[in-house]
Design a protein around this ligand. Structure first.
Ligand code: MLT
Length: 268
């Protein structure tokens, strides 16, 4: 089902009495990144996905976003859908949002963090983002996407599935550049959540890929080793977009993780 909450496009699938998982996509994608995963989980979990403000079908507005404003949006969704207990599944930028939301909001029960990190941007990373903002302003989204997508998918996957890469390129080329630039500003101004993550005690699953060119492999392994109550899975033969390149392994990691907690522990 598709609903509009505070001008955000929100999608729900499954029985609302089951434990709720809110899926947060990465930059600069939209909720469809989760389609295959949700298709396999919605019989057991109440699955919620949405388009981050400025991306997909969600309103762009003024385009000035921060990690805090993304968390405000997520909070609105949780409140409007009456979710009292939530499992957050955040991929990459979605992971930055999930981590900050877990720090700020009260009803987050468990975390699934995929291909993400807790550290804020280094100066070098900030300059790269500033350069991306300049490129998008001067030349539009296409040249930026060309470079970004060649890093986001593994070389092997790009060789085998050029149609998938084209699908995302064509889709994102139609997004409003103001929303995409807003995402870059939000990422470069985000806070560091390392200390928070390593002190909290929620069940936390870390999923990373063997060939991630955006979040260096082993980043999450190191985080998992410092986190209480943590589970860790490394997906083989996968680039950054793990849920697209290895959907079966991604789903199986989630199922194995959640099965170790009773429904009572996770339910609403
Ligand atoms: C993402 O996939 O969400 C972004 O590439 C993350 C980032 O650039 O830090």
């Amino acid at each position: 089902m598709n609903t509009l909450i505070d001008n955000l496009s929100v999608y729900t699938k499954g029985d609302p009495s089951n434990p709720a998982i809110v899926f947060i996509h990465g930059f600069p994608f939209d909720h469809t990144l989760w389609d295959t995963i949700i298709e396999q989980l919605h019989q057991t979990y109440y699955c919620i996905s949405y388009d981050l403000r400025g991306l997909g079908n969600s309103e762009v507005g003024h385009g000035q976003y921060t990690m805090e404003s993304y968390v405000d949006d997520l909070e609105q969704i949780i409140v409007q859908l009456n979710l009292t207990h939530v499992i957050l599944c955040g991929f990459s930028m979605g992971g930055y949002i999930a981590l900050r939301a877990s720090q700020r909001l009260e009803n987050i029960r468990a975390l699934i963090l995929a291909n993400t990190t807790t550290t804020s941007d280094s100066d070098e990373a900030k300059l790269k983002r500033a350069n991306a903002i300049r490129t998008i302003k001067q030349k539009g989204l296409s040249p930026f996407l060309e470079t970004f997508l060649s890093l986001a998918f593994s070389q092997n996957y790009q060789n085998k599935h050029p149609n998938v890469i084209n699908h995302y390129k064509e889709k994102i080329e139609h997004f409003n550049p103001i929303g995409v630039i807003g995402g870059l500003f939000a990422m470069l101004s985000r806070t560091d959540t390392t200390e928070y993550l390593t002190k909290q005690t929620k069940p936390t699953l870390f999923i990373e890929s063997s060939n991630d060119a955006i979040i260096p492999t082993d980043t999450m392994k190191k985080l998992a080793s410092k986190t209480n109550n943590s589970h860790y899975v490394q997906l083989q033969n996968s680039g950054h977009l793990s849920m697209i390149e290895q959907p079966q392994a991604f789903v199986s990691a989630i199922n194995k993780f959640l099965i170790s907690y009773s429904k009572g522990e996770l339910s609403r």
